[in-house]
Design a protein around this ligand. Structure first.
Ligand SMILES: NC(=O)c1ccc[n+]([C@@H]2O[C@H](COP(=O)([O-])OP(=O)(O)OC[C@H]3O[C@@H](n4cnc5c(N)ncnc54)[C@H](OP(=O)(O)O)[C@@H]3O)[C@@H](O)[C@H]2O)c1
Length: 240
């Protein structure tokens, strides 16, 4: 969940699959606040083994959008991200067919804004030749900075960048430099990693995951930490 730009952003494709996650979001947050933006991802399904095989045929996407509307109790979805690539990361190739299917649903009034996820810079550019996008959700954190250039480019265009695995995901971030800066600030390494992301660019929205209320509190503290130039220089070395 990320709060920036005066709105709260909720990411719906959690570990248990979008249908369960959406039901929990509805139970917890319905009726939805006017400032809440629920961001849905379509383009993969949760299988019995816990994997996310692609489901990007136009009929898969239409079904996913209708299921999201039903589960969230909405007449239209604020933002829908097209999930691309696979578990190894973004994969090259045209997104035209699935993205155009979402544009059709947008034209029918079922989607307000579009985004892409797990996308290459070329796919982001291709999407923009088809329809405007408002956000890109890709893997990025202190140690994985492959999207540095893309983030700056999107910031110039006023498009949000939402880093997934902001804390390293299944391999939590660990680094001496991070621990040193955290000790200096009397903060936890994870909250410093989140503060660094917020400082990295004004278009970054955070969606750190946690199953612990204590960690959630620590992570919210990260938003308020002020990093000095010296802290930044040390943290920047981690991903270089
Ligand atoms: N677009 C995509 O393809 C894609 C792919 C993957 C993930 N995502 C999304 O990205 C978001 C974040 O992903 P994620 O949750 O897997 O990765 P993450 O936010 O990088 O890391 C979560 C891990 O960090 C731990 N953690 C969180 N706060 C902590 C703290 N203060 N101290 C110590 N450990 C802490 C959590 O453990 P505890 O539970 O113990 O706190 C959990 O193991 C989710 O919304 C997810 O749906 C999107």
């Amino acid at each position: 969940m990320a709060a920036r730009l005066g709105t709260t952003h909720v990411d719906t494709a959690g570990a248990y699959g979008p249908r369960v996650t959406n039901q929990l979001i509805r139970e917890a947050l319905h009726p939805y606040a006017a400032s809440l933006r629920i961001v849905t991802k379509v383009g993969a399904v949760r299988d019995q083994q816990g994997g996310w095989p692609p489901a990007r045929q136009p009929e898969d996407l239409r079904r996913a959008v209708h299921e999201n509307l039903e589960d969230l109790g909405l007449a239209s979805l604020d933002v829908v991200d097209l999930r691309l690539g696979n578990a190894q990361g973004p994969q090259p190739g045209s997104l035209a067919e699935p993205f155009e299917a979402l544009v059709e649903l947008q034209q029918q009034g079922l989607i307000r804004h579009l985004g892409v996820s797990n996308a290459t810079a070329e796919q982001v550019a291709e999407a923009q030749t088809i329809a405007p996008i408002v956000c890109v959700q890709n893997m990025y954190n202190l140690a994985h900075r492959q999207d540095d250039e893309l983030i700056d480019d999107l910031a110039d265009q006023g498009i949000a960048y939402v880093p997934f695995f902001p804390l390293g995901g299944f391999s939590p971030l660990q680094s001496t430099a991070l621990s040193v800066v955290a000790a200096r600030l009397d903060a936890t390494p994870m909250s410093v990693a989140l503060a660094w992301l917020l400082r990295r660019s004004r278009n970054i929205l955070l969606i750190p995951g946690t199953s612990s209320v204590a960690h959630l509190r620590e992570n919210v503290v990260g938003a308020g930490l002020t990093l000095s130039d010296e802290d930044l220089a040390e943290l920047d070395k981690i991903g270089r």
